[in-house]
Design a protein. Structure first.
Length: 110
């Protein structure tokens, strides 16, 4: 799986993956995308599918991608640091931010 740092003492494990996918699907829908990731995907299947999806958006230079990044609240300063594989880096940023959102929702909904 993408190397995502732990957040607030919580490590990204498979038990969090379906929650992250649900959050990502919600943000995709609210940004006008028809794409829905299957919540039953393994971590590797999700990673490959997500990287492919974001690579396609990058190559089409779709304005919806920037709307999605804004909705997810990905740090603007980080977006341009993708290097040789921007689709992998972008996917990591998105998954990392969605993970943080899910952890915070869990923590503050107690």
């Amino acid at each position: 799986m993408l190397a995502i740092k732990e957040y607030r003492g919580v490590s990204l494990t498979n038990s969090w993956l379906s929650k992250i996918i649900i959050q990502l699907n919600r943000d995709l829908s609210m940004s006008g995308f028809d794409k829905v990731f299957d919540t039953n995907l393994t971590a590797l299947e999700f990673e490959k599918t997500a990287i492919d999806f974001f690579e396609e958006l990058l190559t089409k230079n779709n304005p919806q991608l920037f709307n999605l990044l804004y909705r997810i609240d990905v740090n603007q300063n980080e977006i341009t640091k993708g290097g040789d594989f921007p689709q992998v880096y972008l996917t990591k940023l998105i998954v990392e931010r969605e993970f943080k959102k899910v952890v915070l929702k869990k923590e503050f909904s107690k």
